[in-house]
Design a protein around this ligand. Structure first.
Ligand code: NAD
Length: 372
């Protein structure tokens, strides 16, 4: 049987990450048929041809439609900027391709709803790039919660921070334009919401505040252009399971490089995790003797699947791109009919979008917004 034919649209940060995953998945995961890297599309033909060579794709095109319409392509990775996600995934689904689209799903709720509808009405698999749910530590934390290791969880705090927009001299880019969405909500908050989705279920209501640390940025022509998106968002949430939660996100947080700090408090203990040190987590349980109670640091190893398919030795560590390779394995498995594969599909993705849009609405209206 021939492996899946892969198309990739966009070859920037995430395009390369997907390409590494498509190249690695057949090696890291023996249960997966090695895919064929068929067609890469980018904004111009020269760039596409160069990246196709670098990433190992058979051909490149300066028009993404050629990727979607290529009969040898079975699945399309969409890693172009946010504003193209809806148009590209709708075209790919219409052409009968499976889709693996980067987050956020879309820049408007109407587009996300249209995408979910198209996926529902097709027999194709449509998944989103929520790589952090794939982390062996996060997976194990889910098992600990299911086993009641910290009793009944009652309070959750998540902070996601990076500093790539912290410098006021960073020029205006596509992420500062409202065509990309609200800003830190679509860029960051969707990731913690994906963790909430797999660990705790749906969000019930939200109230959010947002800020723009810098009002304008240098445009290419020597003028300043007003920033249209918000770099920070601070949200109180009440989950449907009754848990109280806070979600703080900041794209202009000097010193923070890839922080997704999660604190989960329960009736018999607590769990701490931070994506900046994602090869470990901390566990505190009241079942330890009082004289020895304290946070225990657990290093990730083969006992935390699927770490062992990458490295047989514990504590040696995975990297960011490995999370994408794990996500890629789950996608290929789901395409092959494995309904247990761990993915955020377009239905769960739509729920994340509804939450983000409820946050933005609560900011506009200055009040709590219920999701249902
Ligand atoms: N899952 C994650 O952890 C994660 C991390 C970063 C970014 N992302 C998401 O990935 C997406 C891309 O972000 P990025 O950081 O890779 O951006 P980027 O700017 O590095 O890359 C975007 C790529 O798309 C190409 N492109 C632009 N317009 C195009 C068009 N019309 N047709 C074809 N190609 C086009 C660009 O030339 C570039 O190669 C965004 O939606 C972003 O939210 C996800």
């Amino acid at each position: 049987m021939k492996g899946l034919g892969v198309g990739l649209i966009g070859s920037g940060f995430m395009g390369k990450c997907h390409a590494i995953a498509w190249n690695a998945v057949g090696t890291a995961f023996p249960d997966v048929e090695r895919p064929r890297l068929v067609h890469l599309g980018d904004a111009d033909a020269d760039l596409a041809a160069r990246r196709a060579r670098e990433f190992g794709f058979a051909r490149g095109s300066g028009d993404w439609h050629a990727v979607v319409e290529d009969p040898e392509v079975d699945v399309v990775s969409v890693t172009a900027p946010n504003q193209f996600h809806a148009e590209m995934t709708l075209a790919a689904l219409k052409a009968g391709k499976h889709v693996w689209c980067e987050k956020p799903m879309a820049t408007s709720l109407a587009d996300a709803e249209m995408m979910a509808k198209a996926a529902r009405e097709s027999d194709r698999i449509a998944a989103l790039g929520y790589n952090y749910i794939q982390s062996p530590a996060i997976r194990h934390i889910g098992r600990l919660l299911d086993q009641g290791a910290i009793g009944e969880p009652n309070h959750l705090r998540i902070e996601m921070d990076e500093d790539f927009m912290a410098d006021p001299e960073t020029p205006f880019g596509w992420k500062h334009a409202s065509t990309s969405g609200y800003g830190a909500l679509d860029d960051f908050a969707v990731h913690p919401l994906s963790l909430i989705s797999v660990l705790f279920g749906r969000v019930g209501r939200v109230i959010c505040d947002m800020t723009k640390p810098y009002a304008d940025r240098a445009a290419g022509d020597g003028t300043r252009r007003a920033v249209e998106t918000y770099d920070t968002a601070s949200t109180l949430l009440r989950l449907e399971n009754g848990m109280a939660a806070t979600l703080l996100v900041n794209r202009s947080a000097w010193g923070r490089k890839g922080r997704i700090a999660v604190q989960i408090f329960g009736s018999k203990g607590s769990i701490l995790f931070d994506q900046e040190r994602f090869n470990e987590f901390q566990l505190y349980t009241t079942s330890d003797s009082p004289a020895e109670q304290g946070y225990r640091t657990v290093l990730i190893g083969p006992a935390h699947e699927p770490y062992g398919t990458f490295v047989p030795a514990p504590g040696h560590g995975l990297g960011f791109n490995d999370l994408k390779t794990i996500e890629c394995r789950e996608l290929v498995a789901r395409i092959g009919g494995d309904m247990a594969a761990r993915l955020i599909g377009f239905e769960a993705g739509l729920e994340i979008e509804r939450t983000v849009h409820a946050m933005a609405r609560s900011f506009d209206e200055g009040r709590w917004i219920g999701l249902r």
